[in-house]
Write a protein that binds this ligand. Structure first.
Ligand SMILES: CC(C)(COP(=O)(O)OP(=O)(O)OC[C@H]1O[C@@H](n2cnc3c(N)ncnc32)[C@H](O)[C@@H]1OP(=O)(O)O)[C@@H](O)C(=O)NCCC(=O)NCCS
Length: 436
């Protein structure tokens, strides 16, 4: 295996917890008409099909501003803007329908034939479009009639979810229909935001020409919360950026846990953002605190990933997937962004009034952050609830760390009988006990 192969294998292993975390999640992708025009769009389409094949439920919302401008110019229709909003008269609406319809067909075609000669050759994507967006007119504001310019009234979430459950990708355009049968010109941001909120999407991913959201110095902000985006909005006078930031703020404040902002020009941005720890653009999380909880069956894959290197080094005893599945409720995990970064387990010995602390593992990138201490405290709580008098641990290399947590070195004679019989003399683990 050459170095390149080794790097690929490493990348794949590192991506595995994220693949687990994203499966079955609903993700809304928002991209403007300029992204579709860019040469990298074909690569984005390949990555979208890859995400679909990994079980991510996808709703694509496309814009068509440059295409509408171009169509209006060709048809000599003059653009009327009021407060940066296009007033859609009958002629403009005709250009909007032409441009948006053509673009939608273009994207559908790419999603269908984009797979030939691509890394996803052979897979079939079903695209679903339709009257999923119900619109209402903006009406007359400050004496200005916005005519066929509208806003989202309702998203047909049942219709969209049915398509997603069938495995289709849903494609939405910035056009909506009213209950009176009229057609309305909508903004991309309004459709994407309302769709993400109504579907209770797990993520809204926005594509932009820059690498993500930039600070005042023009540096990429890797992660922040919604209140930071609000501050950025006040400092930014670019209309397109303001629309993007407002969409992120509104989504974040209305329950969409994570919004991402990535570049449509960067070939690897989408995959990097979703499958690597550092991502490629900006992650805006409502709350990106870590969570400590009892593990469930869905966590087995993540725990195996975390333990594998430590088992390979001989620091932990190897556990099979089957065993882990049976014992999963004994594990406590710490998750960040739905990915397991730390775990520990408590194996009860009720007949001896004690419990064994095992499998304490913190991902190397997250060590020295008190997570080990938090996990031991959580296990102590579990042990106290079961009225145990102590907890114990067998370790080959981390004795000092456990001593710092209040454990005292003892001989194996002090182990519960059930454990003594299983003691592995070859490992020569040391025994530490903590009274609780
Ligand atoms: C041991 C381990 C659980 C500690 O987790 P953690 O979250 O990094 O720990 P904390 O932040 O609570 O404490 C960090 C301190 O412990 C120290 N420490 C880490 N491993 C240690 C070890 N084997 N021996 C002595 N001290 C150790 C660190 O150097 C650090 O001290 P410092 O800040 O003074 O430099 C973690 O390093 C780990 O996962 N190790 C590999 C697996 C393992 O050994 N598990 C135990 C067997 S069951």
């Amino acid at each position: 295996m050459d170095n390149n192969d080794k790097n690929n294998v490493k990348w794949f292993r590192n991506a595995a917890p994220y693949i687990n975390a994203h499966r079955g999640k609903t993700v809304v992708l928002m991209f403007g008409g300029e992204a579709v025009l860019h040469e990298n769009f074909a690569n984005i389409i390949h990555d979208i099909s890859l995400l679909r094949s990994l079980g991510v439920k996808l709703v694509l919302v496309h814009g068509s501003r440059p295409q509408i401008e171009e169509r209006m110019k060709r048809q000599s229709v003059t653009s009327q803007l009021e407060n940066n909003v296009r007033i859609t008269d009958a002629e403009t609406l005709s250009a909007v329908k032409d441009a948006t319809g053509s673009l939608r067909i273009h994207i559908e075609a790419l999603l269908t034939m984009g797979l030939v000669n691509s890394p996803m050759h052979g897979s079939q994507i079903r695209v679903s479009t339709g009257n999923f967006v119900i619109a209402k007119p903006i009406g007359v504001k400050d004496g200005v009639d916005y005519k066929h310019t509208g806003s989202v009234r309702r998203i047909d979430t049942v219709g969209i979810n049915t398509q997603l459950d069938y495995g289709s990708i849903v494609l939405l355009s910035p056009i909506g229909y009213s209950s009176t049968g009229e057609v309305f010109n909508l903004s991309l941001e309004d459709v994407a935001t309302q769709t993400a909120i109504s579907l209770k999407a797990d993520k809204l991913i926005t594509f932009t020409e820059q690498d993500g959201l930039l600070d005042k110095q023009g540096q990429l902000v890797r992660s922040c919360d919604v209140s930071t985006v609000k501050k950025m909005l006040l400092e930014n006078s670019d209309h397109a950026r303001q629309l993007l930031m407002r969409a992120i703020i509104h989504s974040g404040e209305s329950g969409v846990e994570r919004c991402h902002c990535i570049s449509y020009q960067n070939d690897s941005a989408l995959l990097q953002e979703l499958f690597t720890r550092d991502g490629a653009g900006t992650l805006i999380a409502k709350d990106y605190k870590e969570q400590l909880s009892t593990a469930s069956i869905d966590d087995v894959g993540g725990i195996l990933e975390l333990l594998a290197p430590l088992e390979a080094e001989g620091i932990l005893v190897k556990r099979s997937r089957e065993l882990l599945e049976v014992e999963i409720e004994r594990f406590t995990v710490i998750k960040k962004e739905d990915v397991i970064i730390a775990c520990a387990a408590l194996y009860p010995y009720p007949e001896s009034n004690t419990g064994e602390v095992a499998c304490v593992a913190i991902h190397p990138d997250y060590r020295k952050g008190n997570r080990g201490v938090r996990l031991i405290a959580a296990l102590e709580c579990v042990a106290k609830k079961q009225k145990f008098a102590s907890i114990f641990v067998l370790t080959t290399v981390s004795g000092h760390w456990f001593q710092e947590q209040g454990f005292i070195e003892e001989t194996m004679e002090n182990l519960p009988d059930g454990k003594k019989q299983l003691y592995n003399f070859q490992r020569k683990s040391k025994v530490f006990i903590k009274k609780i």
